[in-house]
Design a protein around this ligand. Structure first.
Ligand SMILES: [Fe+2]
Length: 361
């Protein structure tokens, strides 16, 4: 094919037949394919390609004598060698950031703007997709508000912690998150499969000293690690480790890499949580190189220039991509009260709404 913009493509006969858009091949209402790969003949070939009066490309396939008509527009938009592959999780499609990206302050979107306007929802969703996080300010400081926010964006992911969880100090907590200790940068629940991909934290009350929130762009940290040592980067993508959470009623285990890449070697997920790494079990020849890569990764994540630090104020809700953004909090005083409610949701629901809202604009 020679396109109108002068570019050229060679399109494989089986790909063209497989992507036939005719009513015999696709359901007219939902566009879903009506046949499978094994229905396409192995000895398929193209006998003839012509153009109709409207400029559509008509392809006659033999030996089945099947005619497919493609619009040039569809072919150009879908042709596999001129379009980037789709991957809305890839680092390639994100805006990576670090501390000085937000020298003018961390952006916040007002709750009313989000709640009452499609543009407000789009801003929140685009911010989560592109930056990996968003802060909503001036939300009602009402218990359960975090679930109402999720309802506007997607679906709650219920876990063993419930539909929502309380983050405040507890006696004999099952998780160090429920103490006044500082917590190092981490992603939540790496022991869960699949991991919750969105986390929300809503500040209801905060009168303690300390307890600041810290965020790190894990994709940026992975990029820096790869620049500084491609060997260490590779080690963390190729050596999978165990994570575990255990209390009286729950025993969750996973085996996953700390840095996950797609088939184009682009980062799509990161995991880091020193509290829940289980026994590291790797072949003896790999253990030293794993530990030096793991240490390097930990050092990059804790670099000050990568961290944004702020106080989550009452009425503020932070939403973040738990496959990308690491969060931490500084220790806080025992005097005063600090009460957050958290919940999980998933990126697929959020991206779905974003796609639908954008297609209506
Ligand atoms: Fe956490």
């Amino acid at each position: 094919m020679v396109w109108q913009d002068g570019k050229q493509s060679q399109l494989f006969s089986h790909w063209l037949r497989d992507h036939c858009q005719m009513p015999v091949s696709r359901n007219e209402n939902n566009g879903q394919r009506l046949f499978s790969i094994i229905d396409i003949r192995k000895d398929l070939y193209i006998e003839e390609v012509t153009q109709d009066s409207e400029g559509n490309v008509c392809i006659l396939f033999q030996p089945e004598n099947h005619l497919s008509v493609f619009s040039q527009d569809w072919l150009r938009k879908n042709c596999y060698d001129l379009n980037n592959h789709f991957d809305d999780r890839s680092e390639k499609n994100k805006k990576l950031w670090q501390k000085n990206t937000f020298n003018d302050g961390v952006p916040k979107i007002s709750y009313n703007y989000f709640h009452q306007n499609i543009e407000g929802k789009l801003q929140v969703l685009c911010s989560i997709r592109d930056m990996g996080f968003c802060i909503i300010k001036d939300a009602p400081t009402k218990e359960g508000q975090v679930l109402a926010v999720i309802k506007e964006l997607g679906f709650t992911r219920e876990t063993n912690y419930g539909k929502l969880f309380e983050v405040r100090t507890e006696v004999n907590p099952n998780n160090l998150a429920y103490t006044n200790m500082g917590l190092g940068s981490h992603t939540d629940n790496p022991y869960r499969d699949p991991v919750p991909t969105v986390q929300l934290l809503h500040c209801l009350e905060s009168s303690t000293e300390g307890g600041d929130s810290v965020l790190v762009d894990g994709f940026n940290a992975a990029k820096i690690l790869r620049q500084e040592s491609s060997d260490n980067f590779l080690t963390l993508t190729k050596n999978w480790i165990n994570f575990r959470f255990k209390d009286e009623e729950t025993d969750l285990r996973s085996r996953v890499p700390m840095i996950e890449v797609n088939d184009n070697n682009e980062v799509i997920k990161v995991r880091y949580n020193n509290r829940s790494i289980d026994t590291i079990n790797l072949p003896a020849v790999k253990i030293r190189s794993f530990y030096s890569a793991y240490r390097h990764w930990g050092e990059v994540i804790e670099r000050d220039q990568l961290k944004i630090t702020f106080q989550l104020l009452p009425g503020e809700i932070i939403l973040f991509d738990n496959t990308r953004v690491m969060h931490a909090r500084t220790a806080f005083s025992k005097k005063g009260k600090r009460h957050l409610q958290g919940a999980y949701a998933d990126l697929d629901g959020l991206y779905s709404l974003l796609n639908i809202l954008q297609s209506k604009q």
